[in-house]
Design a protein around this ligand. Structure first.
Ligand code: BGC
Length: 471
């Protein structure tokens, strides 16, 4: 073969692998959209449902929190599914349950059926929020893994924004059944596209299906040599005897990785992001934006800041790294929460000048931006990178469940905190927590930018300090 033909072949293969990867990232990223849609949709629908059925506060809380309960359960179930039937079939299962959940909630004849439907939706979201980052981390190139998982988080934020917009749109007709049903469309798209995806080479390898692992790796790499080298690395990581829980019990390094994942997800939720996401309209109300149009603009603004700031993370994580993003993000969040606390204090005292509510609203946006450029994407990213292959499913299940359980705790305690401590002190608590997370980041969090999953695992298993397992 002539050298021109050869270089043409190489160029053609390069193009093909880039296309394959892009398709995989977009298809699996759809799972993020479902996650976001489901997280955002209930806020707009609940007032209409409550009015129609005359629901008391406790029942309303059940409608909201049944989804989180389902998600924690779904994450646990996904760890078995992803291991036994694979990442691809788990995503298909998640999409199918999501579609059923949408129809069931849209058609619910009473609140019991609605709660059951929300539970099912939660299960599907738990499965998706567990499986998609794991699958993406395994399929992505080491130098763009950060960008790819940030892309997934971008879809989460787009989903939240889309739900806010669709809620506002349907709020004019009050048609909550349409609000809840319409989000099945991306569920169908996820199902259809995942049907065309291959499973991850790591999963094939854990099942001893090395030929299939090799075939996928050859589709993902520009040369067969690079594919063979990655397969050899994967085989190396499989030499450890036990797996999952039994490995956790006997291996201190595996326990360290699991605890790091749990800590990361607890940190993400304890930043107070979801408090801000749901409390934002109230803060905007305080700033005097009280008409429907103004509230609509405010909500869309919150959702848009969340989407836009995620681009900062996409640009930053594979260049400057995960740790700088986290340090800057926690600093921004600590400062903006402190500023909101000061404003709340002035408003409570009744001595606030007229500009105070505007500062409170601006700082709320700043808090969301700080989260979206850091802990939002980076925590999901790190959690899927730090677990050793043999206990990856178990480790990610523990961290994903922590995300949902902490999310539920933060949501359930927020109003009581406001009642007992007052709003200013409640925001001071969150400012303090964010400041503390800067210390935790410096002390424990590794920099995993540009390091292969196999190398991270080798460093962890050789007993290096957690903050050094990426070096
Ligand atoms: C978090 C969610 C949050 C969302 C906001 C996700 O990474 O896990 O709890 O609502 O980001 O964009």
């Amino acid at each position: 073969m002539s050298s021109t033909e050869n270089s043409q072949d190489v160029a053609a293969r390069k193009k093909r692998t880039a296309k394959v990867r892009l398709f995989i990232y977009c298809a699996a990223g759809m799972a993020g959209l479902l996650f976001g849609l489901d997280q955002g949709v209930i806020a707009g629908a609940l007032p209409f449902i409550s009015k129609e059925w005359g629901l008391d506060s406790l029942t309303q809380e059940w409608v909201v929190s049944s989804m989180m309960l389902g998600a924690a359960t779904g994450a646990l179930a996904a760890s078995f599914l992803a291991k036994e039937i694979g990442r691809r079939k788990s995503l298909l299962f998640g999409a199918a349950v999501f579609i059923c959940g949408c129809f069931m909630s849209g058609l619910a004849p009473n609140v019991t059926v609605l709660i059951a439907a929300r539970l099912a939706l939660g299960i599907s979201i738990g499965v998706a929020s567990y499986t998609a980052p794991l699958y993406l981390a395994e399929m992505a190139e080491k130098n763009s893994r950060g960008k790819v998982i940030s892309g997934y988080q971008l879809m989460v934020t787009v989903g939240i924004l889309a739900a806010f917009i669709s809620d506002t749109f349907f709020s004019y007709t009050g048609s909550w059944r349409t609000m809840l049903t319409i989000i099945c469309i991306p569920g169908f798209i996820l199902f259809g596209t995942v049907l065309m995806l291959p499973d991850s080479p790591q999963w094939f390898a854990t099942k001893g299906r090395f030929e299939e692992a090799k075939a996928v790796l050859e589709k993902l790499h520009e040369t067969n040599e690079a594919a063979a080298a990655e397969l050899a690395d994967i085989k190396d990581t499989l030499k450890v005897k036990q797996a999952g829980w039994s490995l956790f019990k006997v291996n201190k390094n595996v326990r360290r990785a699991v605890f790091l994942g749990i800590m990361l997800q607890a940190m993400q939720q304890l930043t107070g992001i979801n408090v801000i996401m749901y409390y934002a309209p109230k803060i905007f109300g305080l700033a005097g934006f009280s008409t429907t149009e103004e509230q609509m603009i405010a909500t869309v603004l919150v959702g848009s800041v969340n989407v836009l700031a995620t681009f900062i993370a996409i640009g930053m994580v594979d260049r400057a790294g995960r740790k700088p993003a986290l340090k800057i993000g926690f600093t921004v969040m600590a400062l903006s929460m402190a500023a909101v606390a000061v404003c709340m204090g002035m408003l409570q005292a009744g001595s606030a000048p007229s500009w105070v509510p505007y500062v409170a609203a601006g700082m709320t946006m700043m808090m969301i931006a700080g989260f979206a450029m850091s802990a939002g994407p980076v925590v999901w990213m790190l959690c899927s990178e730090i677990q050793p292959l043999k206990s990856r499913e178990f480790g990610i299940a523990c961290s994903t469940m922590t995300n949902w359980i902490t999310c539920a705790i933060v949501g359930a305690t927020f109003l009581s905190l406001i009642d007992t401590l007052g709003s200013a002190n409640t925001f001071w608590v969150y400012a303090g927590l964010n400041a503390f997370f800067i210390v935790l980041t410096v002390a424990f969090i590794p920099e995993t930018k540009g390091v292969s999953l196999e190398d991270i695992e080798k460093n962890l298993m050789s007993g290096k300090k957690l903050r050094n397992i990426g070096c």
